[in-house]
Design a protein around this ligand. Structure first.
Ligand SMILES: NC(=O)c1ccc[n+]([C@@H]2O[C@H](COP(=O)([O-])OP(=O)(O)OC[C@H]3O[C@@H](n4cnc5c(N)ncnc54)[C@H](OP(=O)(O)O)[C@@H]3O)[C@@H](O)[C@H]2O)c1
Length: 318
């Protein structure tokens, strides 16, 4: 059988990397569209992967990139934007989704797998992130001529995640961590399970027209998760859960910092618990992987070289 040709947008990120490795192993031919192919040359070691730089916001350029492909996967998403007007979220999550669908139609491509997020809702979402993700979902579900599957994960964990790793790195550098939104609940889902769901959807037409909430087997408060990360790192740290007003103040301040380690929009997203109401979708035949069976493998000792130096008041390498 000739392998299917899949074009992936956002294939260079945390989820994208894992998905690309899985799909190559399964025999697919992959084109990844990226803004900076030179930064992702590591992916070219995979035998059936090609990287291309295209202006994805330009319908003509995007549709020529899709020529010859039969499936598109859209993983592009942003957690923070440079402006606080919501325009960038709208551009990346909503307008881009419209352009992708238009480009697919031009090329006669019907199959589209789309990554959204748990709690995405165009009207009830509590942040720009959730509302624009929800807006894209509504548009896709109304695009009846397309064969669409939507995934809505809670926070995703795995070796290269930017969630648990970020806290592990922070805990290595400070004796006290003031934690915003400590009671927000989430049900972390393992990256391996997320890519298995995507892979399954490619071959199961029953997934067409569906959207799937993806959660891990347990839910935790954010404070419980950070305490667990501290425990795995072998560090005795004071994790100071901030009340609502102080959480908002922290978000407001960090919103102005380079790289926005935390933002008002993140704070707004955390006002809703990121947990599933239903069990893991049976169609994928997956028993979700417990956090406790994976996180120790990549968090224990990873940040051991960074230690808080009480005398110099800074983190330094040992
Ligand atoms: N990670 C999680 O915990 C989580 C949870 C729920 C939902 N999701 C969703 O899952 C998807 C993938 O997440 P991820 O963690 O893999 O994200 P990631 O590591 O940040 O990767 C995002 C990808 O999007 C592309 N991208 C980002 N900003 C862009 C822009 N302004 N213009 C064009 N391309 C842009 C990047 O491609 P290039 O830099 O190569 O161009 C990158 O490969 C996202 O839609 C995210 O919202 C993630």
């Amino acid at each position: 059988m000739v392998p299917k040709k899949i074009c992936i947008l956002g294939g260079t990120g945390f989820v994208g990397h894992r998905l690309v490795y899985r799909l190559v192993k399964e025999g697919y031919q992959i084109k990844i569209i990226t803004r900076r192919p030179e930064r992702h040359r590591d992916l070219l070691v995979l035998p059936t992967v090609e990287l291309e730089s295209t202006n994805i916001f330009d319908i003509d350029q995007l549709s020529s990139s899709l020529a010859g492909y039969d499936t598109v996967i859209n993983l592009i998403g942003i957690l923070n934007a440079a402006d606080n007007s919501g325009n960038e979220f709208r551009k990346i999550h909503v307008e881009l989704t419209h352009t992708i669908v238009q480009a697919c139609r031009r090329r006669g491509i019907k199959r589209l797998l789309h990554m959204s997020a748990l709690n995405a809702d165009a009207s009830r979402g509590t942040s720009y992130y959730l509302r624009t993700k929800g807006d894209a979902e509504s548009f896709l579900l109304a695009s009846k001529d397309m064969d669409i599957t939507i995934f809505r994960p809670s926070v995703i964990f795995g070796e290269e995640d930017s969630f648990l790793n970020r806290f592990a790195s922070l805990l290595a550098k400070t004796p006290i961590l003031p934690l915003a939104c400590p009671t927000a609940r989430m049900a972390p889902i393992y990256i391996g399970d997320v890519v298995s769901a995507f892979s399954h959807a490619l071959t199961d037409r029953h997934t067409i027209g569906q959207r799937y909430d993806l959660c891990g087997p347990r839910s935790y408060s954010l404070k419980e998760l950070v305490e667990y990360v501290a425990k795995l790192s072998g560090r005795r740290r004071m994790i100071w859960g901030l009340g609502d007003t102080m959480s908002k103040v922290q978000a407001f301040i960090l919103d102005f910092m380079p790289g926005k380690p935390f933002s008002l929009d993140n704070y707004n997203s955390l006002q809703l618990d990121s947990v599933c109401e239903q069990p893991f979708p049976a169609i994928f035949n997956i028993k979700p992987t417990p956090l406790e069976s994976i996180a120790p493998i990549y968090l224990q000792n990873k940040y051991a070289h960074l230690r808080y130096d009480h005398f110099r008041g800074s983190a330094r390498r040992h």
